[in-house]
Design a protein around this ligand. Structure first.
Ligand SMILES: Nc1ncnc2c1ncn2[C@@H]1O[C@H](COP(=O)(O)OP(=O)(O)O)[C@@H](O)[C@H]1O
Ligand SMILES: [Mg+2]
Length: 305
């Protein structure tokens, strides 16, 4: 990878400056303190299983906190996301899963009262560097949302959207990318004879696979997915889950789900979040069959959430 995230142009969006009040707010968390190994009430010391540390990280979230105005939504989250694996973010509604995911490709910048502390790195490069090229960053990280959001244009134009933005005009390149991406998203056979039809004519499950095709057409390093199956029926959900399995390896996938069966079926690693904090993070089988913290166990056994 030769591209760099630092733009030579003036940045359009800048990281909010960490402020003194932010640091003060940081010292008075409203949620329960998590105890460190040393036993002090040390804030947000997550239990990270050893296996995670043996992986090669592609995305590193470093002591990251986020505030919506006076309200702190993320507390000192520190985690490394392994390359080529599927990592699931689980936790009860409102615990900050979407906030964390949106921070990774800086969509939260679009909300003006958001303030952050800490940093994140993509392949070693700071995501919150003051001169980061946010457009380039978002190209390197595809995002798939809860509700499929195809653009109101043809199936074909949806898939090659990022290439159009880049000014690609060679028909062969466009057609080849469209086919490769649609095949990659397990949609080609269903749409190959109707590429010029409106994307809005597809079913919900097809629309979501189209959004995945559009994301992978840009050849991202990381795919971010925020509850991508929650608006879909069981058959469409199975297709997306199979698709995620087939994309793994080529892509690093960070997926939010509140469906624990789905997390246990699809992911290699699972991170459990609660009240804006990372609580426990480890191999999915360990988190689901042998969690080390009581809080994790209570959540995965359905005692709360
Ligand atoms: N745009 C926003 N402005 C203010 N508060 C927000 C905003 N988005 C989310 N929150 C709050 O941040 C917390 C985490 O929300 P979210 O990241 O959506 O949680 P999850 O995805 O785990 O359900 C919640 O308390 C939510 O109300
Ligand atoms: Mg959410």
């Amino acid at each position: 990878m030769t591209t760099t995230l630092i733009s030579r142009k003036e940045p359009k969006l800048m990281a909010p400056e960490p402020s003194a009040e932010a640091s003060a707010a940081h010292m008075t968390p409203s949620g329960p303190a998590v105890r460190s190994a040393a036993g002090q009430a040390h804030e947000a010391e997550a239990l990270v299983h050893e296996a995670v540390r043996h992986e090669t990280p592609v995305l590193e979230i470093e002591r990251f906190s986020l505030y919506y105005g006076p309200k702190q939504a993320l507390f000192n989250v520190h985690m490394a996301v392994p390359q080529g694996k599927v990592t699931a973010l689980i936790g009860p509604s409102g615990c900050g899963k979407s906030t964390l995911l949106r921070s990774v490709n800086r969509i939260n910048d679009l909300i003006d009262h958001v303030r952050i502390e800490g940093d994140m790195r993509l392949a070693g490069e700071s995501i919150y560097h003051r001169q980061i090229d946010v457009i380039e960053l978002r190209k390197r990280m595809g995002m798939v949302f809860q509700k499929p959001n195809p653009f109101p244009m043809s199936i074909y134009e949806n898939v090659i959207y990022s290439l159009r933005i880049d000014g690609e005009r060679r028909r062969g390149v466009l057609a080849e990318t469209a086919e490769r991406s649609l095949r990659g998203a397990a949609l080609w056979d269903e749409v190959k004879d109707r590429l010029s039809e409106s994307a809005l004519s597809l079913s919900g499950g097809q629309q979501q696979r189209l959004c995945i095709a559009r994301a992978i057409a840009a050849e991202p390093e990381v795919l971010l997915m925020d509850e991508p199956c929650s608006a879909l029926d069981p058959i469409a959900t199975t297709k997306i889950e199979d698709l995620i399995q087939s994309l793994k390896g080529d892509y690093t996938i960070l997926i939010v789900t509140h469906n624990m069966q789905q997390a246990s079926r699809m992911s290699d690693y699972t991170a459990f979040m609660y009240l804006g904090r990372l609580i426990e993070y480890g191999p999915t089988t360990d988190i689901f069959t042998n969690p080390r913290l009581r809080q994790t166990e209570d959540y995965i056994t359905g005692r709360f959430g």
